[in-house]
Design a protein around this ligand. Sequence first.
Ligand code: ADP
Ligand code: MG
Length: 486
Amino acid sequence: MSSYRIQGGTGEWEVVIGLEVHAQVTSESKLFSGAATAFGAEPNTQVSLIDAAMPGMLPVPNKECIRQAVRTGMAINAQINKWSRFDRKNYFYADLPQGYQISQLYHPLVGEGSIEIEPEGAEPKVIGIERIHVEQDAGKLMHDQHPTRSYVDLNRSGVALMEIVSRPDMRSPAEAGAYVKKLRSILRYVGSCDGNMEQGSMRADVNVSVRKPGDAFGTRTETKNVNSIRFVMAAIEYEARRQVDLIEDGGTVVQETRLFDPDKGVTRSMRSKEDAHDYRYFPDPDLLPLELDDAFLEEARASLPELPDAKRKRYEEVLGISAYNADVLTADVETARWFEAMLAEGAQAKAASNWVMSELFGALNRLGKSISESPVSPKQAAELVGLVQDGTLSGSLAKQVFEVMLETGQDAGVIVEERGLKQTSDTGAIEAEIAKVMEANPDKVAEYRGGKDKLFGFFVGQTMRAMAGKANPAVVNDLLKKALDA
Ligand code: ADP
Ligand code: MG
């Protein structure tokens, strides 16, 4: 890609980025307890004795959470470790009743993998993934409920997270944005995380350092819990600039944890960065190591759907859809499902892809709806596209019919019948209208015949209007040429 450089007083700098993405595992219950995980519940209504860290409670691993993390690892072509282990990460915080988080430091469930990204306007690039480990989420402190007190909500306490750790392979905000987008797309395809960043089910710790091109890596800072793609990119932009200015002013970057302030677009120091040994990690004595058998792994692999890269390739190579359309239609699993439902109803792939990209997306945009809320079903859409293909409707009639479908929910065929919107190729009727148009515009006919070719469009428009838009445009073109050139 055209490389991203930061201009400083001492020349150009390169930015180095690694992301740690926390993705909440889609599961009914928590990682080590049976408490529910639904978003938006009243505070402290989804807390078991285990999540509240009552003495003597024992954690029991939730098989589904492990399975989802394994499936995710498989989806990024990662090594799956058949033997892994949970460790305690010890620290004190008021939202962490246990006084430690159960995580995986030494033997993570998932090892090395990779993701291919396609930053806008740039060549694809492979970003390495170092590991995915499974861990518990903490609770949430609430400082805005009482003038002098803080409250704690433990609903999130013990919810399963996957921490997906990238290699420091990204070199621009655009690459980081493309990486989070692609990762979210994969997670949604797999169904292991809903990827909902606004609700906090996916958030990124953004590691940034700067260096002179060719130099060794610089010291990084880590900006915690960034919860949108736009903010990830903004945090990198700000942090890289800050580090360059700092170094050029004779300062040094300290390894620290920072917070992003979305209102001001700046990062702020939160605390100096702790190292692994500060947490006194040790194997959790309440849990046996995880040992996965082949049947478990085989089932997990067999359960994976076709993933976005493979799907995009198939759309292009097998269905003959343009690269751009294939890219857009496969980026989001809901869109791909909707589109494939249209094909299952008999729609022709290329025509259907063009229709979804222009007509459906246009309408959904106007209505402020997502594709899963589309007022028109894939089956209805397939019928509409079919009516264009078999010549019953012209493109412009199809647009009219679609508008009526959106308003009334009726099927295309019904609308065509009831409103008489069929396209006509009746040459007699079209020729009669052409004759009238030519009679009414003798000056234009003369000009056209004198060489003003551009007027052809005028005649097409007049004839179509006279036919109330229902004439087959190809037939109109044909007959007009004959009549005018006569
Ligand atoms: P820790 O566990 O202490 O956060 P890691 O070595 O596991 O440290 O790295 C965490 C993240 O920081 C990874 O995503 C990695 O890619 C990234 N990272 C490591 N070194 C750098 C660097 N010099 N610049 C930017 N990112 C880095
Ligand atoms: Mg970290």
